[in-house]
Design a protein around this ligand. Structure first.
Ligand SMILES: N[C@@H](CCC(=O)N[C@@H](CS)C(=O)NCC(=O)O)C(=O)O
Length: 219
């Protein structure tokens, strides 16, 4: 198995965390090639035949080439979950699916404005009104997750699933953005169930191995 992608990417981190949960190790069970941002490689003709988007992560496994981080996690959970790390019952599985789509289709499109705006866009070009507005919208959206976590240990029930991986990495960036740029984001919502869920992820899963401790800011 070969994974293309730099470790600092949220979408690569999803796959790394998922591989870790499945007990698959870099160098033993899969090879990882740094690609994207400072490492380049993702626009080479070789890479574009694997992933015409020129984005990471991209996974090659047993003649199958996949891109889209959430799809890669779904594939890994179906194909490589020998120890039943992720529950396969229909309620847990589709509970997780729902949040995976929400993370990609609803949450990240909002959070990417402050994230890219404050970490990748040069300072002179930053649109601070849009950044502030989107961060406040992210507060509202995450209150929906917080409500679910009031009655569930994890996003799809009482067992950890790949939906939690996608969500937690978004939530981690939401926290770090406010820590690094409080005056630009405006207040961060106080969401106690999310706080408790993050602590649970730290103690019961491999979250800490991939979680960013500080924002990766490209000047
Ligand atoms: N929807 C895709 C998005 C992939 C994506 O945007 N990847 C970013 C990194 S998070 C990328 O490759 N950026 C170009 C680069 O790193 O050079 C997924 O979930 O995998």
């Amino acid at each position: 198995m070969r994974l293309w992608g730099r470790k600092s990417s949220i979408n690569v981190q999803k796959v790394l965390w998922c591989l870790d949960e499945l007990g698959l190790e870099e160098g033993k069970d899969y090879e990882r090639i740094d690609a994207g941002l400072q490492f380049g490689l993702n626009r080479t003709p070789e890479f574009l035949t694997l992933n015409p988007n020129g984005l990471v992560p991209t996974l090659e496994d047993d003649g199958i080439t996949l891109w889209e981080s959430n799809t890669i996690m779904r594939y890994l959970a179906r194909q490589h979950d020998k120890r039943q790390r992720f529950p396969a019952d229909i309620a847990s599985q589709y509970g997780s699916e729902k949040w995976l789509d929400w993370q990609l289709g609803t949450m990240w499109p909002v959070l990417r404005t402050p994230f890219l705006g404050l970490t990748r866009v040069p300072e002179a070009e930053r649109k601070y009104d849009a950044i502030h507005k989107a961060y406040q919208e992210a507060n509202q959206l995450l209150s929906l997750l917080d409500q679910t976590l009031a009655t569930h240990k994890y996003c799809s029930g009482n067992q950890f699933h790949i939906g939690d991986i996608a969500l937690a990495l978004c939530v981690g960036r939401w926290i770090l953005l406010h820590e690094a740029f409080p005056e630009k984001t405006g207040p961060r919502a106080d969401l106690k169930n999310i706080d408790a869920w993050l602590k649970r992820l730290e103690s019961e899963t491999k979250y800490s191995a991939v979680a960013e401790k500080k924002l990766n800011i490209i000047k």
